[in-house]
Design a protein around this ligand. Sequence first.
Ligand SMILES: [Zn+2]
Length: 150
Amino acid sequence: MQTQAERWLSQALPNEGCGFLLGQYTAEGAQVQQALGVANASASPTRFSMSGQDLYRIYSASEQGGLSLLAIFHSHPSGLPVPSATDLAEATLPHLHFLIATPDSRGVWQWQNFQILSPHLFIKTKILLYSGNILDTDKNSASMLKGEKA
Ligand SMILES: [Zn+2]
């Protein structure tokens, strides 16, 4: 079963899809409470961008809901599960987890988590995993993002 974020990415095919995970930091970790899809203003299978209007909408939603922006996510429908040169050059929110989803041979979205340190440097971090209501680093990726509000 697809999560809310995965449904959004599937709908965007064959283009890249993108959005944000919102939630709260707790003593146990980051708790995802909402996935908000954003239209890919580039409408491209190899890059994504967001309009200023959509970013404003996301910031407003997080503020009104008392939620933090936890992660920015996007898909690579036919690319590698690593940040592209374009991703690195255009990453402007380095404090956020940078999640990339690629479809496997069965079309199931596979998630990777990165931190973009500079336009030339990124590290792969332990994936943020969603177990119950808590994102943690010890469970397998199949549980990720489950339990989002529909
Ligand atoms: Zn990308």
